[in-house]
Design a protein around this ligand. Structure first.
Ligand code: IDP
Ligand code: MG
Length: 146
């Protein structure tokens, strides 16, 4: 079981100025943040990140959403990180998400669902590498922690 996962606070989390509350939830659940930046996806980078969904009917809406403003990609560490984080964020569709999950409490709808979490250890590593160099992660290079 891997101990890293990858998350993105999606543009509505920044637009609504609620990303601090969401980050607090993530920390309170025991995740340590070892990489974080504020950035903005363009059509090319958003398409690259969501390549697997490019033939889905919802893809144009997803692209519009993900390029609509700044987002915050993050690298998170905890034992059993991928599964634990998916549990913390809840189902893709906030209507179906369990009580107390981040998507249940903060997301508007199935497209605008506020946060991304990797679905496997393998994808977590691919997604981390999409946004971060090793040197940008605490513990991997010159960066010191806490
Ligand atoms: P996940 O984020 O829960 O892993 P995925 O199936 O990987 O869900 O889909 C990626 C993103 O695409 C979702 O987080 C959501 O923003 C959007 N999305 C997924 N399914 C739908 C849908 O059926 N309608 C509209 N948007 C969707
Ligand atoms: Mg997914």
């Amino acid at each position: 079981m891997g101990n890293r996962t990858f998350a993105i606070l999606k543009p509505d989390a920044i637009e609504k100025n609620i990303y601090g509350d969401i980050i607090s939830r993530i920390q309170a659940d025991g995740f340590k943040i070892i990489g974080m930046k504020m950035t903005k996806l363009n059509e090319r980078t958003a398409t690259g990140f969501y390549e697997v969904h490019k033939d889905k009917p919802f893809f144009p809406g997803l692209l519009e959403y993900m390029t609509s403003g700044a987002c915050i990609p993050m690298v998170l560490v905890k034992e059993n990180a991928v599964a634990d984080f998916r549990k913390l964020i809840g189902s893709t569709d906030p209507i179906k998400a369990d009580e107390g999950t981040i998507r249940k409490d903060f997301a508007d709808d199935i497209t605008h669902n506020i946060i991304h979490g990797s679905d496997s250890d393998e994808n977590a590593e691919i997604e981390i590498a999409f946004f971060f160099n090793r040197a940008e992660l605490i513990g991997n290079a010159g960066l010191n922690c806490c």
